[in-house]
Design a protein around this ligand. Structure first.
Ligand code: DSN
Length: 425
């Protein structure tokens, strides 16, 4: 390295803009001060943050390495080439595109590669665990396409594969989408592939939630089965906020043309570089230990919550997240979120399948183990967290908030997030 690193100077930010510097430090305090159980969040590493806060943010690089619409891209090209090679190695993929700014953008790019407005696709309904971009009427996916929605079996709360097959035969979709944001159990990609082949559909997996577990070899990969796999890089994967796509070589051209210029303009080269750093982290053996612990912790947390009288939807979890039905407790998801939040336990209310409540109230909560596992917490800590959540949820008048908050403090002080000593500013 011939030039010294010119990276974030927090002192300069604090001197120039104390308002925003205060937001940054307050957010770090918030992260460190509570239990972060949002299933889609994590604590990314200092190496990833260094790439994100770099001068690569300055560069316009519309196009792809070696084929840009701007001069001066020869340096940032290297970041994208390294990142693509690492993504292909990590996921055993034939092609990778790291340019989508988010998961929704990655999905829009994938739809753009295979669908035209008005085309039919099959996706999982949001209230059953799917995602907004899988056909919800408020999203482009439900507005611009004929989105047919499948859900879970009411008895097992697992994906209803018979319904998927029946709907595919009836509607002959151009594409079938698997994946979602509140699916605690493994998805049978082989069955989806078989159904897609039977009706001649493209098979897409939105692996945003669980791709980190795939990278860490803790659960099976959709890559051998799917034509295209979209994902975000900031959930279990623990990289920068952003999206990415891997696909079969035969779809490479269509995906690349759809990501740029159909869906986006210039890529965020600092984010692309940070994705490359993250993939290198995930290629280390220690990441596989982390991924396995994420699952073990989610299972321990779910078992503990079941003991507290919260019913695990689908009977438990195979992944990083659990969905809990609170109806037996008489507490809504919104009340549970607020009561836990008051004591420093951050989680989200979540619709459960066939929920009688509107989404803004919800009968369930969703919890996830990625962030607390990054802090080094293990199964014993999960049992404590479950008991704290049980107490907080039943605390109608707030009389036990201080007690729960003290329990939270004990846990996060023993295993702090971002544990390095604070730097002077
Ligand atoms: N909003 C994300 C989640 O929390 O699951 C998915 O996009």
């Amino acid at each position: 390295m011939s030039t010294p690193y010119w990276g974030p100077d927090f002192g300069a930010l604090a001197a120039f803009d104390p308002d925003i510097a205060g937001v940054v430090t307050d957010e770090l305090d918030r992260l460190r001060g509570g239990l972060q159980l949002i299933a889609s969040e994590n604590f990314t590493s200092p190496a990833v943050l260094a790439a994100l806060g770099s001068t690569l943010s300055n560069k316009y690089a519309e196009g792809y390495p070696g084929r840009r619409y701007y001069g001066g891209c020869e340096v940032v090209d290297r970041a994208e080439e390294i990142g693509i090679a690492r993504a292909r190695e990590l996921f055993g993929a034939e092609h990778a595109n790291l340019q989508p700014h988010s998961g929704a953008n990655a999905n829009l790019a994938a739809y753009g590669a295979f669908l035209r407005p008005g085309d039919t696709f099959l996706g999982m309904a949001l209230p059953h665990g799917g995602h907004l971009t899988h056909g919800a009427t408020v999203s482009f996916s439900g507005k611009w396409f004929n989105a047919v929605q499948y859900g879970v079996d009411p008895a097992t709360e697992h994906i209803d594969y018979d319904q998927v097959r029946d709907l595919a035969r009836e509607h002959r979709p151009r594409m079938i989408v698997a994946g979602g944001s509140a699916i605690p159990r493994l998805i049978d990609f082989a069955v989806f592939r078989e159904i897609a082949d039977e009706v001649g559909a493209v098979f897409m997996v939105d692996a945003a939630h669980f791709i980190g577990l795939v990278a860490g070899k803790a659960i099976p990969s959709p890559v051998p089965y799917a034509d295209v796999v979209t994902f975000t890089t900031h959930k279990v994967l623990r990289g920068p906020r952003g999206g990415a796509i891997v696909c079969k070589a035969e779809h490479a051209k269509a995906i690349d043309k759809s990501a740029f210029p159909m869906m986006q303009g210039g890529p965020l080269m600092h984010a692309v570089a940070a994705k490359a750093v993250n993939f290198k982290e995930c290629l280390q053996p220690a990441y596989q230990d982390y991924a396995r612990q994420v699952v073990a912790n989610a299972q321990a947390l779910t078992a503990g919550l079941a003991e507290e009288g919260l019913r695990p939807v689908a009977g438990g979890t195979d992944t990083h997240l659990a969905l809990l039905d609170l109806q037996e407790t008489g507490v809504t998801g919104a009340e549970a979120e607020a009561r836990c939040g008051a004591a420093g336990i951050v989680l989200n209310k979540n619709a459960i399948p066939f929920d009688p409540q509107p989404a803004s109230v919800a009968s369930g909560i969703r919890v996830g183990s990625p962030a607390v596992t990054t802090q080094g917490m293990t199964e014993g800590d999960m049992a404590t967290i479950a008991s704290l959540i049980g107490t907080a949820i039943r605390d109608v008048d707030g009389s036990r908030t201080a007690e729960v908050a003290a329990g939270v403090r004990e846990l996060v002080e023993a295993r702090p997030a971002y544990p390095e000593p604070a730097r002077a500013v």
